[in-house]
Each structure stands twice: as C-alpha cells, then as structure tokens.
Design a protein around this ligand. Structure first.
Ligand SMILES: Nc1ncnc2c1ncn2[C@@H]1O[C@H](COP(=O)(O)OP(=O)(O)OP(=O)(O)O)[C@@H](O)[C@H]1O
Ligand SMILES: [Mg+2]
Length: 231
C-alpha cells in the first residue's frame, strides 16, 4: 500500500543544515499497522508529512499503491489525500469557524458521501462526540479537539491512515478505545496505519514497531529489554 524508498530530508536554519531523514526505507502493506517511535525531534512528524505527500523529500520516493507521489501534480495529490488518506495531525488542525459535525463530516462531503452511516455513528459513540456535535471547535478542550480530529480523519474510511500522537491528550480508557477503532478500521477495510506514539502500551496495538533514530528506521523487537529493566 505504502512504500518509502531512501527518503532524505534536511532543513536549513541560516548557516546550519539539519539532516533529519538520511535514507528511510519502510513498507506498509494493506491490513498492516506500524507504530513509529523515537525521541522528540527525531523526525517522526516530518516522515509522516512526507509519506502523506504534504511535504516533499529532498531525495527518495514515496509510492502509494505502486504510484509515485513525486509523479503526481498538486491536483492529483489533493484528490488522493481527500479520498484515500486520513491524517490526525499532532496539532489537530481542525477547521475553525465550523462546529464538530461539520469538521467530522468535512471529508465525507468532499467525497460526496452521505453524512449519516453506521461507521459515522460508531465513531460518534466510540469517541463520545454526541454531546459535542453542535459545538464550535474553538471552545473545545485539548482532549475534545483530539477526539474530533480522530473522527474527522477516519469518517471517510480512508485506505491509509496517518496518526501523529492521536492519544496524547486522552485518558487511558479512551486511548485504548481510540486504538481499538483505528486497528478495527485497518482490519475491516484492509487499509493501513502509520501511527506515531510515545506511549508503549498504544504502540503495542500496532502489528509492528519501528524506531526513528539518527535519520534511519530500525525494527523494534517485540520484547524490549528496557521494558524489563524498568519494572
Ligand atoms: N519546517 C521546518 N523547518 C525547519 N526545521 C524543521 C521543520 N520541520 C521540522 N524541523 C526540525 O526537524 C526536526 C524533526 O522535527 P519533527 O517535528 O519531525 O520531530 P518529531 O520526531 O515529530 O518530534 P516530536 O516528538 O517532538 O513531535 C526538529 O529538529 C525540527 O526542529
Ligand atoms: Mg512530531
């Protein structure tokens, strides 16, 4: 479904060059989920943005269902993002001036899908959005905004979901519920999930874990030795 080949990305800050990604390779087949971990500043959000075609790499190739994103013009990329991708941003990026319902249904409407569906009902229940449905998103708390952001990313049943710390502002029970929804969507729709999380329990919901370190990804063994030493 998603393949990253030799992805390089640097940022320039005046005189300094910061090499964030130095040849990342990653493959995410349909039905699979990966939790991406790594220290703050290691480039996790940058990698997600590149994988979703929101930023371009300096070098390397991103392929979605075999098609290279680099070969697509802005219009084709926008169409792909609208219909096939779901993105939960670290900063939520909700649409100001709209209420919860219009935020959640936004992408469904762009795709000319009906507003109501069993799946939307399930998201509203699972993310406890019913009581917030008509509220403007500006007045919501951080955790409430995060729940809206998750529902918005999933409402159109995307093929590929990118979620950047989707449970960072939620309590444990709700975090598990959110992970359950994400994993179920992936399994039912044979879609795929690339998840960034600092939380080891949430990372375990994914089929595989990879760590981004010094610009490269490394598989994380299922039983982390540091887990045992910590207890
Ligand atoms: N647009 C940009 N311009 C300049 N530097 C950037 C830009 N975006 C990211 N960076 C730098 O690249 C590095 C990686 O940033 P990134 O946001 O990808 O890290 P992260 O792993 O997501 O961190 P966190 O866990 O704190 O969210 C950081 O040093 C950041 O300052
Ligand atoms: Mg980040």
């Amino acid at each position: 479904m998603l393949e990253l080949f030799d992805i390089h990305k640097s940022f320039h800050d005046g005189e300094n060059e910061l090499e964030v990604l130095r040849g990342v390779n990653l493959s995410l087949p349909a039905g699979d989920s990966i939790a991406l971990v790594g220290v703050s500043g290691s480039g996790k959000s940058t990698l997600l943005q590149i994988a979703a075609g929101l930023e371009s790499p300096d070098r390397g190739d991103v392929r979605f269902l075999g098609d290279s994103l680099q070969d697509m013009d802005e219009r084709a990329l926008a169409r792909l993002r609208r219909s096939q991708l779901g993105f939960v941003f670290q900063g939520f990026n909700l649409l100001p001036g709209l209420n919860v319902r219009d935020n959640v249904l936004f992408q469904r409407r762009l795709n000319r899908m009906q507003g109501a569906s069993d799946w939307v009902d399930e998201l509203v229940d699972g993310l406890r959005l019913a009581a917030l449905w008509q509220r403007p998103v500006e007045v919501l708390s951080g955790g409430q905004q995060q729940r809206v952001a998750i529902a918005r990313a999933l409402a159109h049943r995307p093929q590929l979901v990118f979620a950047d710390e989707p449970t960072g502002n939620l309590h444990d029970t709700l975090s598990r519920q959110v992970m359950g929804l994400l994993i179920r969507l992936v399994e039912e729709a044979q879609s795929a999930l690339l998840l960034v999380t600092h939380n080891q329990e949430m990372a375990r919901f994914a089929h595989r874990r990879v760590r981004l370190s010094k610009g490269l990804v490394h598989a994380v063994p299922d039983e982390l030795p540091e887990d045992r030493s910590r207890t």
